[in-house]
Write a protein that binds this ligand. Structure first.
Ligand code: ADP
Length: 777
């Protein structure tokens, strides 16, 4: 077929398509030709229109932002627009007519090619995001869409590298917030929560769903007041940032502290869109801060000075109150000082040397002295320690040891004093152990034990010194049992001295025995002598008693005979002279009898064989009787006896025999020692005592003799020159009898004027039990 133009009669050009075919005769020769024309005017117009549209489409494609390319079935580039050329980074001329495999060797192994192939072969459209690697290894991200077209495949590609990066950036940021160790909360301008991160949920105990849309006030613990929150909101609403610490409450009720920063977020038009609140749990930090405060207080309260010292410079970096107070500085003044400014034993050189040795040893304790601001020295004990924290420090704990020093001095002094005392003591002092080895012996004991020097101790075991070695075992056993022994009698056998007697007192502590040894050899000897003498005296006394008992009988029997017959003779005799002689015999016999009775009574009382026979008696009765008996004797000397008593009854517990003997002796003395005048006897009750006074107007007794007269055989005028007969036994007997009955006897006298004896006996009844006990002494 041919396309040609026919020109019509009116000159119009008509595009036609002609077709011709030969016409054959029966014999096969060409007989003619058939030519057919088809008007193509319409068709041509259509084709031109299509061409124009194609052109338009083409220029649109060419200028598109996205890359457009068409690959033929053999993967040859058929078409690339400008963007596609740019994206390919190769010249268009190079690309066109070549296959993609030629242009990008290795592309057949990529996912992108797989998708392309799928589209090419299965004629199905495909879409993907692809990170394309250029031959120079650089990479870009693209979205690709593959469309099957009649020529092959149309590829639309868009570079999304920038978008990808931005997306990555956002993802990174939101990850950061999501996984942040601080809690993040975002609200809208009216304060409703729009976002919280995981940490927030963890810290508050609320799930995300529980808080979204709510106001953060659900966290309030109530610790802060409304003013506090108002200030917070005012600040952030005005577009400023708010920072502070808030006490909040977890969902389950636990209180916790947060450090919070709330910032408003503004958009491009400076409008408030959100609030972001970032909070950190500082509960632990607060607790830590608090314990730090406690420690600071403790350190400040410490009785020791505590200092933090810079090992590089010796400077005091920090210290407690005690440190600067003790040395009279203010804190600021003190923190200007270096250690060697106030430690009198340190200079810069010595300080650094000390630090060097401290580094190896870790800590050091030593004594030193610090200088007070006023110049006085303070003895101290220093304990320093090297510590490594953010940097190196030396911690010094300084203790005032003034008192300790003083008591050490005192102790030394008292130790010396006691050592002196022990050394010079008159009693032996020693220290030994259970094995019997001396560890200390004072001077006198050294002497007692016959040792010369303390060195001799080493060669002597205590056990060797015992006279009887079994004593040692007994002593140790009793010491172990009781912990101590007192006045344990032990004999030692000392070389050169023989046996010595000692009293040993000791105390056991652990294995140590401290003891005292008193040499009582001399005392013991004296005691023995005394005991012998006493035994002898007792023997003599016993002899005396039996002598007296015998004598009493032997003396009394003949005397009774003499007196009895003298009396008979007196009645029988008529001769005046003879009667007088018999009278002398009688009165001498009586006197002898009296003396004898007194002697025997006294010895009876003395030898404690007298048994009291106490009875309640009205004393007036025996008194009256005795006075009656003595009245004639007194009248012979022209002496009157007056007896007066205000009450007729004066009762007392008495042994009548003794009482009569008392009255007897006093009255006979009163008559004997009175030349002229009278005797007044008065009996009365005074302070529950029966008081009997005997007042005579006799010769009296000199002051110095008053204390003698109650002793046996003592008289005021003694020796051969005595004027009055008597034995000196009477008052001694009186005194003994009075005391036996629980009474007293007293005397008052004036020489030449007279004498008064006052006898007092108890009126109160004496308990029965006591009666038997009252015997002579
Ligand atoms: P004597 O047997 O000597 O009287 P006493 O023991 O009765 O012994 O008295 C001791 C001494 O006390 C007497 O020797 C006498 O010197 C003195 N004496 C006792 N009673 C009186 C008295 N009433 N007046 C003066 N002297 C007295």
């Amino acid at each position: 077929a041919n396309h040609t133009i026919l020109i019509s009669k009116d000159g119009r050009k008509i595009p036609v398509m002609d077709t011709g075919a030969p016409i054959y005769d029966i014999d096969g020769t060409v007989a003619g030709v058939v030519i057919a024309f088809q008007d193509e005017t319409e068709k041509r117009t259509q084709r031109n229109l299509l061409k124009a549209s194609e052109h338009r489409l083409r220029s649109t494609l060419d200028n598109m932002m996205e890359g457009c390319q068409i690959l033929g079935y053999d993967y040859r580039y058929l078409y690339l627009n400008k963007s596609a050329v740019e994206q390919s980074r190769l010249p268009e001329k190079y690309l066109l007519g070549k296959t993609i495999l030629e242009c990008y060797p290795g592309v057949e192994k990529t996912e992108m090619f797989a998708q392309l192939k799928l589209c090419m072969e299965k004629r199905s459209p495909q879409k993907m995001e692809n990170e394309f690697t250029y031959p120079d290894e650089s990479k870009e991200w693209f979205t690709l869409s593959f469309e099957p077209v009649p020529e092959g495949v149309f590829i639309l590609s868009q570079n999304i590298t920038q978008h990808k990066k931005a997306q990555e950036e956002i993802r990174k940021l939101s990850r950061a917030i999501e996984q942040s160790p601080v809690s993040v909360l975002i609200t809208n301008p009216s304060g409703n929560i729009e976002y919280v991160n995981d940490r927030f949920c963890e810290m508050s105990g609320y799930t995300r769903e529980e808080v979204i849309g709510k106001n953060p006030r659900i966290l309030k613990s109530g610790y802060q007041d409304n003013v506090f929150y108002k200030d917070l909101w005012d600040t952030i609403r005005s577009g400023k940032e708010w920072r502070g610490e808030i006490q909040n409450k977890k969902k389950e009720g636990t209180i916790y502290w947060e450090s919070i920063i709330i910032s408003p977020i503004l958009n491009d038009k400076k409008e408030l869109t959100h609030f972001v609140s970032v909070q950190e749990d500082i509960t632990e930090r607060k607790a830590y801060q608090q314990s730090l405060n406690i420690f600071r207080t403790l350190i400040d309260q410490s009785n020791d000075a505590i200092e933090l010292i810079d090992p590089e410079t010796g400077r005091v970096l920090d210290c407690n109150e005690k440190a600067f107070n003790e040395l009279g500085y203010t804190r600021d003044e003190y923190l200007e000082l270096k250690v060697f400014d106030y430690d009198v034993n340190l200079d810069q050189d010595k300080f650094f040397k000390t630090i060097e040795s401290l580094k190896t040893k870790g800590s050091l304790i030593f004594e030193s002295a610090l200088e007070h601001k006023n110049g006085q020295y303070l003895p101290v004990e220093v304990n320093i320690k090297y510590i490594k924290l953010n940097r190196d420090y030396v911690v010094a704990i300084i203790r005032d040891i003034t008192q300790r020093k003083q008591s050490e001095e005192k102790l030394k002094f008292s130790e010396e004093k006691y050592r002196n005392l022990v050394d010079n003591a008159l009693v032996g002092v020693y220290e030994s152990n259970l094995e019997g080895e001396f560890t200390f012996v004072n001077k006198i004991l050294l002497d007692t034990l016959g040792l010369n020097t303390p060195e001799d101790l080493k060669n002597n075991k205590i056990v060797q010194l015992y006279a009887k070695s079994s004593d040692r075992n007994e002593f140790i056993n009793s010491l172990k049992e009781n912990g101590f022994v007192t006045n344990y009698e032990i004999d030692f056998n000392i070389k050169g001295k023989g046996i010595i007697h000692t009293l040993l007192s000791a105390r056991l502590k652990g294995n140590k025995i401290t003891g005292m040894i008193l040499d009582v050899t001399k005392k013991k000897d004296a005691e023995n002598a005394m005991r012998e003498a006493k035994e002898k005296a007792e023997e003599m006394n016993r002899l005396k008693d039996s002598f007296l008992a015998n004598m009493s009988h032997e003396l009394r029997t003949p005397l009774i005979g003499i007196l009895g017959y003298a009396e008979l003779l007196e009645q029988e005799l008529k001769d005046e002279n003879l009667i007088n002689m018999v009278n002398v015999i009688r009165s001498s016999g009586k006197r002898l009898n009296k003396t004898l009775n007194n002697i025997l009574d006294i010895s009876k009382i003395e030898s404690e064989v007298y048994h009291l026979n106490l009875e309640k008696k009205n004393l007036i009765d025996p008194l009256t009787e005795q006075i009656k008996l003595f009245t004639p004797v007194a009248e012979e000397k022209n002496i009157k006896i007056n007896f007066s008593y205000p009450e007729t009854s004066l009762e007392s517990q008495i042994d009548e025999l003794l009482f009569v003997s008392i009255i007897d002796n006093i009255l006979s003395n009163a008559i004997k020692y009175t030349v002229e005048g009278k005797i007044d006897v008065m009996a009365k009750k005074e302070n529950n005592m029966a008081v009997i006074e005997f007042m005579d107007t006799g010769i009296g007794i000199a002051e110095k003799s008053l204390e003698l007269i109650f002793e046996p055989f003592r008289q005021v005028s003694e020796g051969y020159s005595r004027e009055y007969e008597g034995t000196g036994l009477g008052l001694s007997l009186v005194n003994k009898c009075t005391v036996l009955m629980g009474g007293t006897i007293a005397v008052k006298s004036e020489v030449g004027k007279g004498t008064t004896f006052t006898l007092k006996l108890p009126c109160i009844e004496i308990a029965n039990d006591d009666k038997t006990k009252i015997t002579g002494s």
